[in-house]
Design a protein around this ligand. Sequence first.
Ligand code: NAD
Length: 292
Amino acid sequence: MSSSLAGRRVLVTGAAGRIGSVTTRHLTELGALVTALSITEDPELKADRVVIGDTRSEDDVAAALAEVDLVVHLAALPHPSAGTPYDVYSTNVVSTFNVLAQAGALGVKRAVVASSINAYGVPFNPHDIRPAYYPLDEKIPTDVADWYSLSKQNDENTCRMAWRRWGIDVVSFRFPHVNSPDVLERQARGFREDPAPGVREAWSYLDTRDAAYAIELGLTASLSGAHTFFVAAGTTNAPYETEALLDAFAPGVPRLRRFVGREVPIDLTAARTVLGFRAQHELDLPTDRLES
Ligand SMILES: NC(=O)c1ccc[n+]([C@@H]2O[C@H](COP(=O)([O-])OP(=O)(O)OC[C@H]3O[C@@H](n4cnc5c(N)ncnc54)[C@H](O)[C@@H]3O)[C@@H](O)[C@H]2O)c1
């Protein structure tokens, strides 16, 4: 069946990045005409149109938006230590504002934006804290104490503002750790030795190909408004039962329901019901007994 994206022009920012490169290829395979915005020349980057530019620049973004129907905004400094605090925060919030404000004013109908699981603040929080409850969901209380997480929280507000102001529909994704299977398998081996570091991100992960698939659904799903979704694989990347992990590493945190096997303790209902998203690429891990 042909995709509704066939023949449509889609701007992908951060197109040479980890998620951007796989997304650019995926959308191209669906027949979309991709305009790839990249801050550096990259011979590997294949798209219908390549624009070298900075998402903070009004002129560069205006050039990249020429004849664009839909936007996928991924460009960012994706970690608190990816630059100085000033650079990380300002790059991310200015880029998202610039891209959405210009797209909205031009009458672009839909944008998909990379938020992050870090928008709830707990994973990078320097204090010894835990989530307010499991499963994590889009309404979980936030506790932000770093500039990257703050930038993503701010980006979600920018998405809502852009929709309210210009009527551009915006889907933002709270991605967990997104990576290729080899890196995710390496992380799983680390969690076999010591699962403790995964507790605040609920041991969640997503294969990069599934991130691209979620972005496709974000561009094509029937919806209107500005919506934020958690997306993740349905299972954790720790080879232990989720209930045993939570007993060991988050014993005082309320559980709003029980988890079956290695079920990820994130509520994926909204992405499943509104977008029809289910991860296609999950790690095949054995489930071991967690020694206490
Ligand atoms: N990979 C993950 O685990 C993960 C998890 C949650 C959220 N995210 C978010 O997903 C998005 C993509 O992440 P990624 O993992 O592909 O990161 P990445 O660093 O591989 O890609 C980001 C791209 O943005 C580009 N970029 C940075 N500043 C720019 C600017 N001013 N102008 C133009 N381009 C600029 C970079 O050069 C890079 O190519 C980011 O918004 C990130 O915060 C990623």
